[in-house]
Each structure stands twice: as structure tokens, then as C-alpha cells.
Design a protein around this ligand. Sequence first.
Ligand code: SF4
Length: 245
Amino acid sequence: MLMQNPDITKIVHQHVAMDEFFTGGFTVRDKKTMQQQIDADQSAHDAAVELEKIADEVRKCRKCDLGSTRTNAVPGEGRANARILFIGEGPGADEDAQGRPFVGRAGQLLDKVIAAMGLKRSDVFIANILKCRPPENRDPRPEEIINCLPYLQRQIEIINPEIIVALGAHAARTLLNTNKPIGQLRGQFHEYYAGLARPPIKLMATYHTAYLLRNYSQENRKRVWEDMKKVLAELGLPVPQRGKR
Ligand code: SF4
């Protein structure tokens, strides 16, 4: 969620000034690193502002029929400069009621997956292909995806994650423009193209946590965990050992 009015440059300078005061100014400081931090903080703030603008557009959107049946639109939430972007299919009943992604049982399971990865929900960004709930949780219709996808595409461009995790067949097939089953797509990295001028983003497809809940076998849980271990390894993050999860 967007934090209001953080004057990032001012805050960083205040920290630097305080540090210099306590060290007596004797510490040799790497000015380039400090400037890089200021730039990174500013860019995260700018990204958060842009994401909030998209969220406002989504909340007012009536481009497809789902705009008139939803309770709340669910634009997505999380860290604006997240390294990992999780993308599901669409909001369910709990998400529709709260206007937040992955807050029902499937969301609680996703929270557990994220925690098992040694991360917090606030470390990542979570969104869906569709921003409004299809009635009775039916599958998204092609015209709904066509109308809604530009919002997600803009979010991806702004967040510019290192890895996208596509949760389930609808997310993976839509983002990879394929009809292959999730069983064939999961477990390996694919490439998502956010535009011709940008390098592709690595995309890992895995089972949706709602599917996992319906098919809660040791084997399926192991498959998802294997997929997430590949994501961690690709990011150079520590991979928690089995038995410590
Ligand atoms: S599903 Fe997407 S395109 Fe349809 S009304 Fe909601 S935000 Fe707009």
C-alpha cells in the first residue's frame, strides 16, 4: 500500500547527518553508494505513486460486466519495487469483500508459502489477471481478460520484478500466451516480455494455492516447494532446508 508523503531524500539525508554527528565525521563514506540508495528510495516512491494511480483507475473501471457485479475491485498490493510478483487468476469471495488479493483460505496458504521462502508478504507484490470477481468464481472469459490485462501489464512494467510467479493455469497461460496445461508449464522458468525495449522477465509457473487446497497431497505440496526453491536460487536468496520449514 502507498505510504503517504515520504520525503525520501530528506529522510536519507537526515540519517546521514545523524550518522556523521555520532561518528564525528571520521568515517570514510562511499558517496556513490549513498546516492544510489537515495535514487533507489526515490524510484520506489515514484513506483508506489504510479501503482496507486492504477489502483484508482481499477476501482472506477466498468470496462467489462464484472464491474457491475463486484463488491470491490482488487487491484493488487505489495512492495512497489518487489523482486517477486505473484500473479493469480482473479479475486474470490473474500477478496471481493475486502478489496485485497489472496486473503481467503488460498491466500492464507500463499502466506505460508511466502513465509516458508523466508520472506514476508510485504516483501512481494500480489496481483491477479482479473481485478474483479467473476460470479460464482467461474473461469475468466476471454473478453474479460482482454479488457483487464492492460492494468496488470502496466503494473508489471512499473514493478519490474526479477521474477514473476504465475499461480495456476489461467495466469500462466495468459502471461505466456499458450494453451499448455499447468502440469507442463510448472517447474521451469519461462520468459515474459513486458515490451520490446526491455529484457524478458523470468516467469515460474506453479500450482494455484486454491488448487493445492483442493488437492492437498504431499506430492503437490512438494512440487510447489520445488518451484519456489528454484525462484529463491535464481534470486540468490537462501533456500531453507527441508525440516526447517
Ligand atoms: S475485471 Fe478488469 S476490466 Fe472488468 S471491470 Fe474489473 S477492472 Fe475493469
